[in-house]
Design a protein around this ligand. Structure first.
Ligand SMILES: [Zn+2]
Length: 599
């Protein structure tokens, strides 16, 4: 294994090292690894000692451990913190928050984009499922089977989440759509203004949520967010008075962060809303940002405005992706180019094996191609992109997330002298019909990831948008942290980013962005959430479809190689991608203070 430019430490890194090392052995010592501590400094070779879930010593003389792990040549990094996930349902029925935990992630924050399942009254449960199913592409049947609905208030929901141990830590946020439905009932539709009483009631519930332990309040203003029945998300055009009114109550509680997703179609309007929320509350805000193919320069304007807001003293961050926000299409997925084709639809309900058998018949293929329509599915996220062959690529193994335009389905078909439909039909039949296509929808307007480089390295951004637990039939971006390691620090042919920078961003900075000051750094007193990584072996595998959600629902999963050991609170949870029997992950209630030693 390669040791990336590390120097061995002659002295313990900290004064607290060895405080009790000579008296008794540490619970765990990770020895001789290349420490990338989350603070952004040069990697150094050092030992890390762990006791009672915390890091207790870092240096070259930390004493012995009852378990000693030889990390020579490997990178030792803090566990990653993913602040943009949608495990709100999964966390209630599944003790494993996969696929996040396969990518070095030790804390996830869910409840983003204004959708979630609490607070709720029984008559609104179906509506919240419809919203989650439509907005986040989580099968309604899985939600019906999986959710116990043993809660009403947000606090009850947290109590239900706490009943079950998990592999990694997780935290919640209060979702605006649930508040709107709770307070406004039938009136909770987009375009319907909240009254002063409605706003006061929502603000009170948001405050109760953060006081119970939610990390913040989230909302959505994107046209992409529709319920499964096509209805726009209830928060879509909520007024500034409503959003600032709710935010102000978090300010009064002096707790919580604000999260928002929007299309930035009108940057002025969006900034008016966000600045009003921040000024009314004094709370930090983060907003999702990606390069739109329709307005490829807008993200630069947004970054400029965010810098201005920070100059004004407001804590504003953009959450940015580490690659294109890519759609996966194919027979196992929600979307593919023939999904609206009247001939193909004859095989739609069949198991994939039988679909493949039927599709291999040349006369069936001929009929399908002859009947191919331009019809899209406008209600599904990505439904308009099913025939965008110039940005559609074969998903290879290992995946290539920065493909060249010459490899697109359109370009290949032109070279081969056939139609894109003819080529894509054959591509979909590979691997027994499990083959997938990768469609670069956002962040790829330049035909490369240069815009992503700009966003990732901007001073006011943090990695986000992985959407873990969501879009399970269309998107598998949970592997963003591994792309940071693999592509951005190692494999990209130009514009690479130092390892210590991406680790700082994905661990310490994301944790701080949501108020978790107790993690994301390797230093005494911090939580012992740790990764031991073989940087030479880090590699994403190809996404795969599994049918293991409640009710047999499907979901995309993606594994990675190179994560040798992942620890949560000092307990090993995964070893080379395989789970241990331990489940040390807990619900994190509320912001967490920095260790007193971290002054
Ligand atoms: Zn989201």
């Amino acid at each position: 294994m390669r040791r990336p430019g590390a120097v061995r430490l002659g002295q313990p890194l900290t004064g607290r090292a060895c405080h009790d090392a000579r008296m008794s052995a540490h619970e765990l010592v990770i020895r001789g690894g290349t420490l990338v501590d989350g603070n952004g400094g040069e990697p150094v070779v050092a030992d890390v000692a762990v006791d009672d879930g915390l890091i207790t010593a870092v240096g070259s003389d930390v004493g012995s451990g009852r378990r000693e792990l030889d990390a020579d040549g490997a990178v030792v990094a803090p566990g990653f913190v993913d602040i943009h996930t949608h495990y709100d349902g999964q966390a209630t029925w599944d003790e494993r928050l996969l696929p996040s935990a396969w990518h070095g992630v030790t804390t996830v924050v869910m409840g983003n984009c204004g959708v979630g399942f609490a607070p709720v009254v029984p008559e609104h449960q179906q509506r919240l499922i419809d919203l989650m199913e439509g907005i986040e592409d989580i099968p309604g049947t899985a939600l019906h089977e999986g959710l116990s609905w043993e809660w009403l208030s947000f606090d009850d929901y947290l109590t239900e989440l706490e009943r079950r141990p998990h592999d990694i830590d997780f935290a919640t946020q209060v979702p605006h759509a649930a508040l709107r439905v709770h307070v406004m009932g039938e009136r909770a539709e987009s375009g319907r203004a909240a009254t002063g009483d409605d706003i006061a009631a929502m603000a009170k519930l948001a405050r109760a949520g953060v006081e119970a332990g939610a990390l913040g309040f989230t909302t959505s203003r994107t046209l992409n967010h529709r319920s499964v029945t096509g209805e726009l998300t209830p928060s879509y055009d909520a007024g500034t008075d409503e959003l600032a009114g709710i935010a102000a109550e978090l300010g009064a509680a002096d707790k919580g962060v604000l999260q928002l997703v929007t299309d930035f179609v009108d940057v002025d309007v969006d900034f008016d809303v966000m600045l009003a929320m921040m000024r009314a509350s004094g709370r930090p805000l983060s907003v999702s940002l990606a390069q739109s193919p329709l307005a490829p320069q807008t993200y630069l304007e947004v970054l400029r405005r965010i810098a201005e807001a920070n100059a004004e003293g407001l804590q504003m961050r953009a959450q940015v992706a580490s690659r294109g926000v890519g759609l996966l299409m194919g027979l196992p997925c929600t979307l593919h180019p023939f999904m609206t084709n009247p001939v193909w639809r004859r095989v739609e309900g069949m198991p994939i094996r039988e679909q493949v058998e039927a599709m291999r018949d040349p006369s069936f293929k001929e009929q399908v191609l002859a009947a191919q329509t331009k019809e899209k599915n406008a209600n599904l996220i990505g439904g308009r992109l099913i025939d965008k062959y110039h940005v559609m690529f074969e998903m290879t193994d290992p995946p290539n997330y920065e493909p060249d335009a010459s490899e697109s389905v359109a370009a290949r078909a032109a070279r081969e002298g056939r139609t894109p439909e003819d080529l894509v039909y054959d591509l979909m039949l590979a691997d027994g019909g499990q083959a997938m296509l990768y469609v670069t929808s956002l962040n790829y307007a330049d035909g490369n990831l240069d815009a992503v480089h700009t966003m990732l390295t901007d001073p006011h951004t943090v990695p986000g948008l992985s959407d873990g637990g969501a879009h399970v039939g269309t998107i598998c971006d949970v592997s963003f942290p591994t792309t940071l390691l693999e592509h951005w620090t190692r494999d990209r042919d130009r514009g690479r980013i130092p390892l210590q920078f991406v680790v700082q961003r994905q661990a310490r900075d994301t944790a701080r962005a949501v108020g978790l000051l107790d993690r994301g750094v390797i230093a005494p007193g911090y939580k012992a959430d740790l990764n031991v990584i073989d940087m030479d072996r880090v590699r994403l595998r190809r996404p795969e479809m599994r049918f293991d959600l409640p009710g047999g629902g499907r979901r995309l999963l993606q594994r990675a190689d190179g994560y040798l050991h992942t620890f949560v609170s000092g307990v090993e949870i995964y070893r080379d991608g395989e789970p241990t029997d331990d489940l040390p992950g807990r619900l994190v209630r509320g912001a967490q203070p920095a260790p007193s030693s971290a002054a």
